[in-house]
Design a protein. Structure first.
Length: 423
């Protein structure tokens, strides 16, 4: 078929009529399908079922004899730090192990900054006016929600195939009121892009107007490869230490989509100066996170090699979901009405429909019983200036449900485009 903008008005009406007939057929099916959130389905969760049967009855102590059933070890078990260090390519001494949520650790980090400042701060951030934050978009709505709730003015920077537009990031960072940037550096949510070495280098070497500028490095998908043919991300701490800017980095990750969402183990990594500044506040906040859960994960995986094998199994299951989605999206090729990413890992596909049509796509799909991520959610303040970006989360439905949902999505993209062109 020709590109939609090359069709004559008569041809557009004919195609739209055919699509409308399909629309009515799907409507009669009474679908109720959800592509809105990046949740694992039962098959993915079953891969970690051994976590539920780990027997700690006779092995609830660490190798040094600490009883994990008790209070203590606020910053995490030494074995858990070593495990994360090996898996993530970090230094164990830089790691602090938290509870089940890396998002909570991020929120806590910024709340501490508001109340107490961070290492290098002249005063608590709450005592400064007009604070701003760089938000790479399309990006993660829950990141944006944190900075919006804390009163930051959010500055949008476009995400590219190699990472954020660094010319714009560097320009904005020179403003002393700009305190930081959100980054999902590997298989970014929702594009699936991975930051290049050059982008990481520029982030840690750029001139910052604020002496306490922070890179919030949410490496949520650090090990979420579909196969061994995976993206490579340079270690930001290695690069930063080379330039003496390691204090600029706050690093986060978790096992939330490795084992169980809500039942995993989260970590924060930071420089010695940052950890020393954080320690007294962390000690006031908690007497220790869930060490039994840390120990359970250690016993379940037993070694970093076992975790890597686990992730390859998980990745193959998730890749099948992505392949189903791509099979449907391929019917849009050559029509000039949509582009999409094809990541080698992570959890999402980013689709850019014809500008000015995303809300209409959402409306059409919803009317057929297919729920998508709210349009604008991938941008600060929930506003997509081009009304084009759609985030597809293919992991949760069954294969059959996913195929149906993607057919509806493609139908909706086509109908919305023809309506925009005029029928």
């Amino acid at each position: 078929m020709k590109r939609f903008n090359e069709l004559s008005p008569c041809e557009r009406r004919k195609v739209y009529s055919e699509l409308s007939a399909s629309y009515e057929e799907y409507k009669a099916k009474g679908l109720s399908l959800d592509l809105s959130r990046g949740k694992p389905n039962g098959t993915q969760l079953d891969i970690s079922n051994g976590l539920l049967t780990v027997d700690l009855t006779d092995s609830y102590k660490t190798r040094e004899g600490f009883d994990c059933r008790n209070y203590g070890i606020v910053d995490g078990l030494p074995e858990m730090k070593e495990f994360f260090a090996d898996v993530m390519g970090l230094r164990k001494e830089d790691i602090m192990v938290g509870g089940n949520s890396s998002l909570q650790l991020m929120f806590d980090s910024l709340m501490r900054a508001m109340v107490f400042g961070v290492y290098g701060s002249e005063r608590p951030w709450s005592q400064e006016k007009g604070l701003k934050w760089i938000c790479v978009a399309p990006g993660y709505d829950r990141h944006f929600r944190i900075t919006e709730k804390l009163g930051f003015e959010m500055l949008t920077v476009k995400m590219g195939k190699d990472g954020p537009d660094m010319d714009e990031v560097e320009r904005l960072a020179r403003d002393p009121k700009v305190k930081g940037i959100w980054c999902i550096p590997k298989y970014s949510n929702p594009t699936g892009y991975t930051y290049s070495d050059e982008v990481v280098e520029r982030l840690v070497t750029m001139q910052c107007g604020a002496p306490d500028f922070r890179i919030m490095w949410d490496n949520a998908y650090a090990i979420h490869d579909f196969s061994e043919d995976a993206d490579e991300l340079v270690d930001i701490f290695t690069v930063a230490r080379k330039h003496g800017t390691e204090d600029r980095v706050f690093y986060y990750s978790s096992t939330s989509k490795v084992t169980y969402p809500g039942g995993g183990v989260a970590l924060m990594a930071a420089s010695e100066n940052n950890r020393r500044q954080i320690a007294p506040y962390l000690g006031a906040q908690t007497i220790g996170y869930d060490k039994i859960n840390q120990l359970r994960h250690l016993r379940f995986f037993n070694s970093p090699e076992n975790l890597r094998a686990h992730m390859l199994t998980l990745g193959s299951v998730i890749k099948k979901k992505f392949d189903i989605a791509f099979a449907s999206l391929n019917s849009l090729r050559g029509l000039g009405i949509a582009e999409w990413t094809e990541p080698r890992g992570g959890y999402f596909i980013s689709i850019d429909a014809m500008p000015g049509t995303a809300k209409r796509v959402f409306e059409l799909a919803s009317s057929l019983g297919v729920v998508l991520t709210a349009v604008g959610a991938t941008f600060p303040y929930g506003i997509d200036p081009d009304d084009s970006n759609l985030r597809l989360a293919p992991t949760y439905p069954t294969d059959e449900e996913l195929s149906l949902a993607c057919e509806v999505l493609v139908l909706s993209i086509k109908m919305a485009a023809l309506e925009k062109l005029g029928i």
